[in-house]
Ligand binder design. Structure first.
Ligand code: TGC
Ligand code: FAD
Length: 383
């Protein structure tokens, strides 16, 4: 098994350890036994939604409104453990918590919070976050979807691409251009003119719902607009929350791969000795442990900064870039050391590897995060 070489676990409070152990047990008992089949059948395990809600994992950082009010380290640990099962399950929780509940809590009216947060926490409503459009997700400022005021209503037209939970959502947070700038709208997916089509030919995140959304003269009342934010900083602030969780989640995916590989190399005998007796294999295992340890310490420090209210988007970019790159490299390397078996569904690395191809692209591609760090170093935007 991979080891906690720097005893990161002892940095956790008793409460954080309980959260981690509870989610870990949930993943071992409920996610791992079914997830490969879900991946193969390209279906999201909807049966996990209710138990996830009952564990308090939806909007876990929010105080009040039926939410658990846990700290940021706990949210990170939730993401890490869920992604040890599958990135798709962590994605579901990231979107509901960081991309739907967080903006309602932070930018919503009291009426919007009271109406939606308790339902979203209990999974009585599922949310999705519509920012990306087909002309280029990296540059959301080039948004074509627009909302026009008509009396007491807004009329929204446009489309969104690659939207997690899109076809299972009851509520879509749609970011649209208005005369005043980009604004967020709470759109019930049953509203006339709203269509969600699932993208069903993915090689990655197959156990997650990803959809294209179309909004054709969708009419929502003014009270559905998030009143407390205008401009791109609205959606970008939500991304900062989700990217923080992803930096932890990626560590879980890497752990799942390395744990399985270590067991495999003990029993695989080649040239009259177990694979793990070879220097070249041990060096590769050690290198994975080095990178995972660095990633764990980085996320833990980021969590401390977040809980102290000192986390900034550049730190989050560096952590998301570093940790997802680490996990993707670890998953690929594990797949290689499994030889031909590494392409079989019997082992987890190829599934994690394929999932991580999405994780390195969504929530800001690797290049976007490198350029964000470059901008902080030079003061010059090279996007
Ligand atoms: P820029 O001029 O830099 O900023 C515009 C305004 O936003 C503020 N800001 C941020 N605020 C909070 N958090 C951040 N990370 C922020 N970054 C910028 C900034 O201060 C400014 O505010 P103000 O008041 O001055 O107006 O914007 P830009 O157009 O130059 O773009 C910067 C760039 C490229 C970094 C940004 O566009 C970007 O991050 N692009 C990538 C887009 C992205 O990540 N999309 C993700 C879509 S959602 C998703 O993938 C969900 S997957 C979920 C799952 O399944 O888990
Ligand atoms: P593009 O922006 O077209 O990028 C193409 C390539 O160009 C990339 O390699 C990129 O790094 C590079 N590039 C871009 N700009 C520059 C530059 N200035 N210099 C150098 N290189 C550059 N979005 C949502 O809004 N909500 C969701 O729930 C959501 N879920 C998703 C789920 C999945 C499975 C996937 C795959 C995506 C999801 N997305 C979601 C969209 C995701 O955020 C975008 O795919 C991502 O931001 C990249 O946008 P794009 O796909 O249009 O690629």
């Amino acid at each position: 098994m991979s080891i906690d070489l720097f005893d990161i676990n002892s940095l956790l409070s008793e409460e954080e350890q309980i959260v981690r152990n509870n989610v870990s047990r949930f993943v071992d008992e409920n996610v791992k036994p079914i997830i490969q089949e879900c991946f193969e059948s390209h279906s999201f395990p909807k049966q996990l939604i209710q138990p996830i809600a009952e564990l308090g994992l939806l909007g876990s950082s929010i105080e009040g409104y039926g939410c658990a009010g846990m700290n940021s380290i706990s949210y990170g640990l939730i993401c890490q453990e869920l992604e040890r099962g599958d990135s798709g399950v962590r994605s579901f929780v990231s979107v509901q918590s960081s991309l739907v509940m967080y903006p309602i809590f932070t930018f919503g009216s009291e009426e919007q919070k009271e109406e939606w947060l308790p339902k979203l926490a209990k999974a009585e409503a599922i949310g999705c976050f519509g920012l990306t459009e087909s002309q280029g997700g990296s540059d959301p400022a080039n948004m074509k979807t627009h909302a026009k005021k008509d009396g007491d209503d807004w009329v929204i037209n446009g489309s969104k691409m690659w939207i997690t939970n899109g076809s299972i959502a009851d509520l879509a947070l749609i970011w649209a251009n208005t005369e005043d700038g980009i604004r967020g709208f709470l759109v019930e997916t049953s509203t006339s003119g709203f269509i969600a089509n699932e993208i069903d030919n993915k090689f990655s995140l197959r156990a997650s719902v990803t959809s294209e959304l179309f909004l054709d003269n969708v009419r929502v009342p003014n009270k559905n607009m998030l009143p407390e934010v205008i401009g791109l900083k609205g959606p970008l602030s939500c991304l900062t929350q989700a990217r923080y969780g992803i930096s932890w989640g990626a560590i879980g995916a890497a752990e799942a791969c390395l744990d399985e590989l270590i067991e495999y190399t003990k029993t695989r005998v080649l040239f009259d000795r177990a694979l793990d007796e070879n220097q070249a294999i041990q060096i590769r295992l050690a290198d994975m442990q080095r990178r995972m340890t660095n990633a764990g310490l980085l996320s833990h420090r980021l969590g401390q900064l977040k809980d102290e209210g000192k986390m900034n988007p550049t730190q989050v970019s560096l952590a998301k870039w570093n940790n997802v790159r680490m996990a993707l490299d670890v998953a690929r390397d594990c797949r290689d050391m499994l030889g031909g078996s590494g392409i079989s569904a019997e082992y987890v690395p190829i599934r994690h590897m394929l999932n991580l191809e999405s994780v390195i692209t969504y929530e800001g591609t690797e290049t976007i995060h490198q350029l964000a760090v470059g901008r902080a170093l030079t003061g010059k935007s090279a996007f």
